[in-house]
Design a protein. Structure first.
Length: 193
C-alpha cells in the first residue's frame, strides 16, 4: 500500500536528524518535505533538499555479543500471578547470588498478565501465567544456568509450576558508526547461480 502515511513512516524510519540525514551521496534535509496523494498507490513528494556529501560513511557492524539464556514455566489456578512473581524472585536471587549474573542483565515477563503492555493496562488476576526469564551472560555456562534455575522450580519453587522449557544461544549485536570515506573502497561482485 502506497499512501502518504506509509511514505511518511518510511521517510522518517530511524531518522534522528531530519535536517541532516547522512546518506552516501548527500546530507539530506527532510524538514520541508511535503507528501500528497497522487492517485491510487501514488504519492507526490516535494520540498526535499540537501547539502554536500558527508566526509564519513555510516557502517553497520555485527559482532558477537555474548550469550542469552532463557527459561519459561507456567502457573495456573488460584494465585497464579502471585506464584509466578515469587518464582521470578527466586530465580533472580539465585542467578545473582549463586551464578554471579548482574541483576540488571536479568529480565522477567509475566505472559498472560499484561506483559505486552508493560504496565499500560490495568493488572488482572489471570487464571494462568507464564513466567519468562531471560538474561545476558558472558559465556554459555552462565546463560545455560537461567534455564536450569527456571526448570528447577518444578521441585524447588511455588506449587503447581509446569510446562518448563529452556534455551541458550549466542547473540549477535549490531552497532552503527562512521568511517572516513577515504578508507572505503567500493566494489561490486555479481554472483551467478
Amino acid at each position: 500500500m502506497l499512501t502518504t502515511r506509509t511514505c511518511t513512516e518510511q521517510l522518517l524510519y530511524e531518522v534522528d536528524r531530519p535536517d541532516a540525514y547522512l546518506t552516501p551521496d548527500v546530507t539530506a534535509d527532510f524538514t520541508a518535505v511535503r507528501l500528497a496523494a497522487d492517485g491510487t498507490d501514488a504519492v507526490r513528494v516535494t520540498g526535499g533538499t540537501g547539502g554536500p556529501r558527508p566526509d564519513e560513511l555510516k557502517v553497520t557492524l555485527g559482532f558477537r555479543g555474548g550469550w542469552q539464556g532463557e527459561g519459561q514455566i507456567s502457573y495456573a489456578g488460584p494465585r497464579a500471578l502471585a506464584r509466578a512473581r515469587l518464582a521470578g524472585e527466586i530465580v533472580r536471587e539465585r542467578l545473582v547470588d549463586v551464578h554471579g549474573l548482574a541483576a540488571d542483565a536479568i529480565g522477567f515477563e509475566l505472559i498472560g498478565a499484561g506483559a505486552a503492555f508493560r504496565g499500560l493496562a490495568p493488572e488482572t488476576d489471570p487464571l494462568e501465567v507464564r513466567l519468562r526469564v531471560s538474561a545476558r551472560a558472558s559465556d554459555a555456562e552462565q546463560a545455560d544456568a537461567v534455564g536450569w534455575e527456571v526448570e528447577s522450580l518444578y521441585t524447588n519453587g511455588p506449587a503447581g509450576g509446569g510446562g518448563a522449557r529452556r534455551s541458550t544461544q549466542e547473540t549477535v549485536l549490531v552497532r552503527s558508526c562512521l568511517v572516513p570515506r577515504d578508507l572505503v573502497t567500493p566494489s561490486v561482485t555479481v554472483l551467478e547461480a
